[in-house]
Design a protein around this ligand. Sequence first.
Ligand code: UD1
Length: 353
Amino acid sequence: MHILHVVGARPNFMKAAPVLRALNTWPAAKQTLVHTGQHYDFNMSDVFFSQLDMPAPDVNLGVGSGSHAKQTAEIMSRFEPVVLEHRPDVVVVYGDVNSTVAAALVCAKLGVQVAHVEAGLRSFDRTMPEEINREVTDRLANLLFTPSEDGDINLRNEGVPAERIFRVGNVMIDSLVRLLPVAERLPRNGFPERYALVTLHRPANVDDSEVLRKILESLVAISQRMDVIFPVHPRTRQRISGFGLDTGKLRLLDPLPYIEFLAMQRRAAVVVTDSGGIQEETTYLNVPCLTLRNNTERPITVTMGTNLVIGQDGDTLLAELSNIIAGKSKKGSVPPLWDGHAGERIAEILQRL
Ligand code: UD1
């Protein structure tokens, strides 16, 4: 059986690595890895391949950045000939980035089976480009691998037949479980005992100068009481300098490699983020997480985990951070099937096909 995997952006890599690894133990599986090139900087892409022990991509489409339409269209037109040449039996797509939906659309039109890893998540907010990517990908997918029960419920409500839905658990947590011991052995490298860790990259938070200014003001205010470490996504760095915003004593870093960032999360007193995956990783690590969004497609991190979705307002952020500094933080537990074996469950299902 020929399985072709498509990855493109940073959050795809830690999801694909465990599936590739699990399928490697199956001699009848021929695997091809395609990188769309949506993310291309060394520290947004290459370093993840080496740390996650992934094979080099067989094909890199080299699409780079662009508007949503341009990037999606570019991936589609460059990916179609690859599918025609390789003729895979199934194409596995991951998460909710533009590469995910573009690849799914190409395969659906060519009559090639699509498997979606991390299916069924919904924020019910179409102002998020990822929500559109999730809805369309799930509509087109033949096999839908969900991380949690809410995913199954959303898919059933949208009319997806039960026999196509497989609750396999959280594949991204597989990478975390495997590499946490390595992360825990990293030296602190001069980072303080107690700090807040921040990541921000969503257009809703960083493309509006007023929203971003208020968030940064609150973080700067908190940095008087606790160190604030902020690895900055390239988009956010461009906005901070473009808007001429003050970052005071915040410790701005370049985006971190996977293992270094995992160590940072593990040791943080609190994580402030607008990422999807980090809401899940902090839940697994039992580290309080404040999510700067109005909703989440990962509600289990709130109902079971350590996540609080607090909206985009800087004043609320300041109040919630003060609560955590005062020792009032949300406790949580690890959701079912977030156990480090989701990739193996996916491989087993693909073998049964
Ligand atoms: C993408 C995903 C988002 C995911 C995020 C993780 C979509 C719609 N969005 O958002 O779901 O959470 O990745 O990072 O697919 N850039 C670089 N170097 C790179 C990559 C990007 O400088 O290697 C800069 C470019 O200016 C680019 C901008 O970042 O225009 C945004 O990149 P893009 O891939 O369009 O979206 P992300 O914001 O990274």
